[in-house]
Design a binder for this molecule. Structure first.
Ligand SMILES: O=C(O)CCC(=O)C(=O)O
Ligand SMILES: [Fe+2]
Length: 363
């Protein structure tokens, strides 16, 4: 398959990823990546919550990513979402392109091969479908032109796609709210610290398809990047995910039945002042099979100001980052990664800057 060329003149996206050389990744024992049991914690047992929060903290600090088990999302919901993805991606590309994000310029719908360059130096050999919180046609953020809030775009050819994918989205939102509570406990904040920051989150589900390729080709499914939100919960049908651990080594993170994999993203890194680091990762589909993944990027409300938590700073460890706005951060990163927004690179107004600073940074 011919891949589109990346526009070399465009500025590179702001998050640095330590790349190393080649696409080799170490295959380590399963138990080197922690598996955190969150079952009793999400059903409300306080001791279990503390234990899970401690395990989460240890994994996030020492490894940078972890699996979760007993997450409460029924296997049937996951299977139906994967089957829906399989049917959708089998449609002819002209049909899929009717739902292209580039048409609405809102972050909803189909992203063809070439529509995403997570690492600007590579083109990603994958297709995606973007789904968010369902909002009505008179939603004020939608009417105001906000790219992250719009009624979802659903393929008319496949009525089941909407039901099966949105059922997964809703299950994951429930899980995400529980995970936020564990993250709050893990960093010594009150358990409900994030509750009022996820009332209308700009969370995003990306349903992905990677075609089967010859494993020897090492085709880049998604280039090295970090995620922009708070944390990501990922289901993958096949191996291929490689994650960079805190030591800087690329590690294979294969699917383990009954689990999701969780990685820390940019906003959690800022909240925690690098106690948890946004985990670089990439996909090389070496499975020899077509590969599906469902990534739920847990965000917070659009206007949430993200600044160093009081439990993550002291006189010897001052805040490393200025405050930033959640929605701005995501949109700015999208403008570096998604072809349909490339013309906005570096031009989106940063709410943290005064109008004079905005003008200076645009010049
Ligand atoms: O497909 C995967 O396993 C990961 C995808 C990913 O990292 C992303 O979409 O941000
Ligand atoms: Fe990612």
């Amino acid at each position: 398959m011919e891949l589109p060329k990346y526009d070399e003149s465009a500025p590179i996206r702001p998050t640095e990823v330590r790349k190393g050389t080649g696409y080799a990744a170490e295959r380590i024992d399963f138990d080197s990546i922690p598996i955190v049991d969150i079952g009793a914690a999400i059903s409300g047992d306080p001791d279990a919550k503390r234990k899970a929060a401690d395990a989460l903290r240890e994994a996030a600090v020492n490894v940078g990513f972890f699996y979760i088990k007993n997450h409460g999302v029924p296997d049937a919901v996951i299977a139906k979402a994967q089957e829906a993805a399989d049917r959708f991606y089998a449609l002819p590309v002209e049909v899929k392109k009717q739902y292209d994000v580039a048409k609405s310029k809102r972050h909803r719908g189909y992203v063809p091969v070439g529509g995403l360059s997570a690492d600007p130096t590579t083109s990603d050999l994958q297709e995606g479908y973007e789904v968010g919180l369902e909002v009505p046609a008179d939603d004020p953020d939608y009417l105001a032109g906000n790219a992250l809030f719009a009624p979802n775009v659903w393929p008319a050819e496949m009525p089941d796609f909407q039901a099966d994918i949105y059922a997964y989205f809703e299950e994951m939102m429930t899980l995400g709210r529980s995970m936020y509570r564990l993250f709050a406990l893990a960093v010594g904040m009150p358990e409900d610290f994030f509750d009022d920051k996820v009332t209308k989150p700009c969370a995003q589900l990306r349903v992905m398809y990677y075609p089967a390729t010859d494993p020897k080709d090492s085709a880049v499914g998604i280039g090295a990047h970090t995620d922009y939100e708070s944390f990501t919960v990922l289901y993958q049908s096949e191996s291929g995910l490689q994650v960079q651990n805190r030591a800087g080594d690329w590690i294979e993170a294969p699917p383990i039945p009954g689990t999701f994999i969780v990685n820390i993203a940019d906003m959690m890194m800022r909240w925690t002042n690098d106690l948890f680091v946004s985990t670089p990762h990439r996909v090389i589909n070496t499975s020899g099979n077509k590969r599906f993944s469902l990534a739920l990027f847990f965000a917070a409300d659009y206007g949430t100001v993200v600044e160093c938590l009081p439990t993550c700073r002291d006189e010897n460890n001052p805040p490393k980052y200025p405050p930033t706005h959640f929605g701005y951060w995501i949109e700015n990163m999208h403008s570096y990664s998604y072809a349909y927004r490339w013309d906005e690179r570096g031009k989106l107004p940063n709410p943290e800057l005064t109008s004079t600073e905005q003008m200076d940074s645009a010049n």
